[in-house]
Structures are given as C-alpha cells and as structure tokens.
Design a protein around this ligand. Structure first.
Ligand SMILES: Cc1ncc(C[n+]2csc(CCOP(=O)(O)OP(=O)(O)O)c2C)c(N)n1
Ligand SMILES: CC(=O)[C@@H](O)[C@H](O)COP(=O)(O)O
Ligand SMILES: [Mg+2]
Length: 629
C-alpha cells in the first residue's frame, strides 16, 4: 500500500499532507525509524519521542528560511526524514554517510551543527539577533530537552534571551529523561508543572473568570501571579521563566499535533522570547523503548521484534573495568566518591550509584560544575573520581586549571571515549584530551596499554595525592601483553623491548598497534625498542635521554591530535637535549598521531587507517625512515 511517507521527498512536503492523515504519517515515520535504526544503530528513543513535535514544527515553519536549532541534535532524525534525507538513512553514521547530528554541510535545513549539549538557545539567540540586525524576517526556534536544560550554558542564554523584544521561540521537549532519569531541581520543577495538568485553555478560563470579578478581578489575578504558593504554579506554571521575562506557554501534549500547531502558531506571534513547554514520552510507539528509554537512547543493531541487540559482546570494555574497580576500591575506602555529568551508564558509574548512593553524584549535563564540585569534595577530604567522556571534558578546561590543578586537589579524572569513537563523529571524537590536559601545569596524565594496566593505575590513584587524569578508549578493553605488568611508578614508562636503532614510544591504545608493528618490522630485519609510555605527563626524561643517545630513530604513537600531544612534548625535550650535546642526542623523531583536523563519523578502524594510525601504515612510515639511515 502506498505510504504517505513516500511523498515526503523535500522540505515542506509535509504541508501537502491533509490533517486527517497526520496520525498515519506519524505512524509511518515511527515504523521507518525502527526499521532503519535497528539495522544501522543510532539514537532511537529520543527520535521516537519527537515525531509529532517535529511534524508540527515543520507544519508551522517554512524551511530552510526559518531556523530550527536542535539541542545535542541526536533527536534530529525525524527532521532529516522530513527534509528529504530518508533514503540516506541506510548509511547513517557510516563513513561518507549522513551524520547522526545536524550538519549544515548536509542540508540548508540544518541551521546549526550540534552534538554537545545545551548550546541550542545560545546559537538560536545569535541567529535571532543577527536576523533583527539585518532587518530580515524569519522564525528562529531552539529545541532543547529537559536533560540539556540541566546544562549551565542554557541559563546563560535564557538570561540573555529575556531581553529580546522580537520573536524568539524556545521549545522545551520535556520527557523526564536525560540519558538516564533526569536529575536535579530543574527536573523537579518541570515535574511539578507537569503534575499540575494545567492546560492552556483551562488556565486561561480560570484567569478570565477571576478577572470578571467586579472591581477587584484584575488585582486578584495580579496578586495571585505575584504569590509564591502553589496556586501560582496552577494559574501560571513556568513562573521561573515568566519571572525572568520569558513568556511561558504550556504544558502542551507533545503528541497532539493540532494542539502543537495551535501553540507554536501562537508563539510565533509573540514579540519577545517565549518558551513552549512540551510534554513527550521518550521512546513513544515502541514498547521496549517506552519501558526502558535509557536502554534505547543509543542502540547498536537490534531485533525489532524482541528489542534485543543482534550481537552481544562477551569481552569486557574499559568502562566495565573501571566500573568493577571502582566498586572494589570503594568497598575498601569510604572516602572514594563518584561524580558524573548525566552519564552513569556510559561512564560505568551506574553500579556504583546503586551500591553507594550516598557517595555518588550525577550533577546533570554540567561538566563544568562536576569538576569544581569534585574539587570541593577533595578539599573536604574525600577522594573524588570524575567519570566523563573525553570530548565532554573539554567543557571543564578552566575548572581543571583554576579549581583542581592550581590548588593541587587530588581529583582523579577517569576519561572514557578517549581517541576515535567512530559513529558520533566530529563532536564526540576524544582526540584533544592529551593536548588540553598536558597543557595544564600540575596535571598528571596516564594512558593504560590494556585492561590490566587500567586496573593497576586506578589502584595506584587511590593514594596518589595530586590531580591525575586517566584516559582510555571506547569499547573492548585490550587483553593482550598481560605478561608485561611492571608496578606503576610515578612518571615512569615501561620498557617492553629494547631492540636497536629504532625505538617506538607508544601511548595507551597505540601500544597494541605498536606491538604488531614490531612483528611486521621484524620481517624486514628491523628490531625496534618498544616503550609503553604510561605517563604522558610528566615525561619520563631518563628514558628519552637513553633513546636519544642510543637509538637513531625515535617514533611516537598517540591516538590524539599531534598538536600539543605527546609527540610534540618529546620533540621539545629532544631539542633541549640537542642544545646540550647535538652529537650525543642525535636521534631523529617521527611523530605518529592525528593531524590538525576534525574527524568525521565512521567505522573506527577505517578512520584510523585513513589517518595512518593502523599497523601497516605505521610500519611503512618507519621503514621509509629507516632506509634514510
Ligand atoms: C556536553 C555534553 N554532555 C553530555 C552529552 C551526552 N548526552 C547526549 S544526549 C544526553 C541527554 C539529553 O537529554 P535531553 O536533552 O532531555 O534529550 P532527550 O534524549 O531526552 O530527548 C546526554 C547527557 C552531550 N551530548 N554533551
Ligand atoms: C548523543 C550523545 O552525546 C550521547 O548519546 C553519546 O552518543 C553517547 O556515546 P556512547 O554511545 O559512546 O556512550
Ligand atoms: Mg529529555
């Protein structure tokens, strides 16, 4: 049977659909999302939850003239389907395929690239201010989730938006969920409003009735609106926003298209900033996702019938090693506390949160606060472990300097998703952390070579009385090289092979690759030394002096951009040594790492190969260098 969705081929095509067919179209979109994402993986529950909201926005707006900025952007699949990209979903998040996030390069209907949380209101406000300065006329809408609304940047923007005297629309998509249950005061506030079940017309009817009271009616309404008690919440939910000068409309049923169209159309007529509070269900329309939206936030390929993943990995991930070790350490030391920013599952603190609820803090999507909060915990005598993804920790650069490293509070940063993460693309690749961490005076940086060493360095961290950052990649934990397990010694690297003429210094995940490179080089009668760097900062100067003196080519390997990375630190030190004695420290340096670029989405191995980080590419580069000797 012909599908309505088949006629949605370009932006605004939805406007040709008769209203009586909206529900059928919504059903077809959900069916398409399930069919497609079950084959490719991606973000499911959030997109199932915004089908009607996205349809209503597309019915009320004229894209690409009007602008929608999707916060985080993981919920923009329906927007992409309605703007002519349905047929590209077979390649979702694959190399050269469409992104899982909005990308201006992909479509003029993607007004702003997103990926990290809580940026939408700022970006949209910038659009609106630019529009007004240029005397242009289009609608600007930020769509932000209740989770993203726990991010501080959103309040900086809301504070600024309150001064708008032209139309500016914020759609708050409230589904009570971040990736896990949403947390904090904001979530409670929104829950109270939601519980109130006050609908727009009912609230207006009550207000109109009050105003009809002769002589005193209007003043009654005014005093109620000024009252601090719950009746205000009833009559005027969203008081927080209203008190800031932002009109509040809602709560609105986020699955009722006619109601949404009516409210969004009304919001478009406002000559100020207006927040439309939309209530949706994350995972709507797919029972397994409705039951457990966290589990279906980000999915691998799965069986639509059962909801189960098609392949279940039996090997531990670095996240699981971290999770298990945290539980063991916490059992022995009550000073150990765990902090995360809205990602207990992803970072491996979920079990810790269940076993030690009083010593676990999920601060919401608030990485800046998480770090300074941890510094406060350390100042109070606790031993804080901040579990956070490499790319999200970028947010907390100043807090790591100002609140942790300058005062030398012993905070441990457990940095997951360090290196190429793959499918999430540019915004999520963890390829900058060695650079930004090593630039901070007083920070110590460790990269474990395998799962045993992650365990060992976590145990080492317990009594380490200074800031320590431990970075490890997404996914399966390398279980090889277990024969090498020298005790962790502060600032010391680990020599795995001595060899001759060529010496490889490999960082973290690159040790596994380097071990394979050594095997390949052996076939060319090249017998390199191999050092597991371990401490990226401080440098193990003794080892570097030895290699610079006794070897002819030094190779550094890191899954990080070269700029400001380990290789450049080694280069600087070798240069200092040569200033002392050019002859003595004459080794040449070959740096292997990620160039000064952003890395798009795709398969991890494929991306590494494209940047020359794979074993064969590294081997060929070393042979080429060796032949110059
Ligand atoms: C700075 C930052 N921290 C963490 C994340 C990971 N993350 C992606 S979506 C999400 C939850 C967003 O919740 P919400 O805004 O309510 O959207 P929903 O999935 O409920 O639609 C989180 C924590 C991120 N993308 N950016
Ligand atoms: C949208 C977002 O930022 C998160 O959902 C992120 O995609 C999670 O990444 P992992 O899948 O590596 O946990
Ligand atoms: Mg949410």
């Amino acid at each position: 049977m012909a599908k309505i969705l088949d006629n949605i081929r370009q932006p605004n095509d939805i406007k040709k659909v008769p209203p009586k067919e909206y529900d059928q179209l919504a059903g077809e979109i959900r069916e398409f999302l399930l069919e497609s994402i079950s084959k490719t993986g991606g973000h499911l529950a959030s997109n199932l939850g915004v089908v009607e909201l996205t349809m209503a926005l597309h019915l009320c707006l004229d894209l690409p003239k009007d602008k929608i900025v999707w916060d985080v952007g993981h919920q923009s699949y329906v927007h992409k389907i309605l703007t002519g990209r349905k047929d590209a979903f077979g390649g979702l998040r694959t190399f050269g395929g469409i992104s899982g996030f909005p990308k201006i390069r992909e479509s003029a209907c993607d007004a702003f690239d997103t990926g990290h949380s809580s940026t939408s209101i700022s970006a949209a406000l910038g659009y609106a201010r630019g529009r007004d300065l240029l005397g242009e006329d289009y609608t600007v809408v930020a769509v932000i989730g209740d989770g993203a609304l726990t991010g501080g940047m959103a309040y900086e923007a809301i504070n600024n938006a309150a001064r708008m005297d032209k139309n500016f629309i914020i759609i708050l998509n409230d589904n009570k969920m971040s990736i896990s249950e949403n947390v904090g005061g904001v979530s409670k506030y929104l829950n109270d409003i939601r519980m109130n079940e006050s609908y727009i017309d009912f609230k207006e009817d009550v207000e109109a009735a009050l105003r009809r009271i002769p002589r005193i009616g209007s003043s009654v309404v005014r005093s109620v609106k000024r009252s601090k008690d719950s009746i205000k919440q009833f009559l005027m939910p969203g008081g927080f926003f209203e008190d800031l000068g932002i009109d509040y409309m809602g709560p609105v049923d986020g699955h009722d298209i006619p109601q949404l169209v009516r409210v969004i159309s009304a919001a478009k007529r406002k000559r100020k900033a207006v927040l439309v509070h939309v209530i949706t269900q994350k995972g709507k329309g797919y029972e397994p996702a409705e039951e457990d939206p966290s589990a279906y936030h980000g999915v691998d390929k799965f069986d639509v019938k059962t909801g189960m993943p098609l392949k279940k990995s039996t090997q531990s991930t670095y996240t699981q090693i971290f999770s298990r070790t945290m539980l063991r350490m916490a059992a022995e030391d009550e000073k150990i506390v765990g902090v995360c920013a809205a990602m207990p599952y992803g970072t491996g603190l979920y079990k810790f949160s269940k076993q030690y609820p009083d010593r676990f803090f999920d601060v919401g999507i608030a990485e800046e606060h998480a770090v300074t909060f941890a510094a406060g915990l350390a100042a109070a005598g606790m031993k804080p472990y901040v579990a956070i993804y490499s790319s999200f920790l970028q947010r907390s650069y100043d807090q790591m300097i100002h609140d942790v490293c300058l005062p030398q509070h012993p905070v441990v940063f457990c940095i997951d998703r360090a290196g190429i993460v793959g499918a999430d693309g540019e915004t999520h690749q963890g390829i900058l952390d060695l650079s930004y961490l090593c630039s901070i005076p007083g920070m110590n940086v460790f990269a474990p070579k395998n799962k045993y060493e992650l365990y060992d360095v976590l145990k080492f961290s317990r009594t380490f009385d200074a800031p320590l950052a431990i970075r490890y990649p997404r996914g399966t934990a390398y279980g090889g090289l277990k024969q090498f397990r020298a005790p962790i010694e502060y600032g010391k690297s680990e020599i795995l092979r001595t060899g001759a003429r060529v010496a490889i210094l490999a960082v973290g995940s690159m040790v596994e690759t380097a071990w394979d490179v050594c095997a390949r080089l052996a076939e060319e009668n090249i017998d390199p030394a191999l050092v597991n760097v371990r401490f990226v900062k401080p440098l193990d100067r003794k080892i570097l002096e030895w290699l610079a003196r006794d070897y002819e080519v030094i190779v550094t390997m890191e899954e990080n951009v070269l700029r400001g990375g380990y290789g450049e630190a080694v280069a600087a030190y070798l240069s200092d040594l040569r200033c002392q004695d050019r002859e003595k420290y004459g080794a040449r340096l070959l740096k292997i790492g990620i160039p000064d670029v952003y890395v798009e989405h795709g398969n991890v191995d494929l991306l590494k190969e494209s940047m020359g980080l794979d074993s064969l590419s590294v081997t060929q580069k070393i042979i080429k260098e060796y032949k110059k000797l």
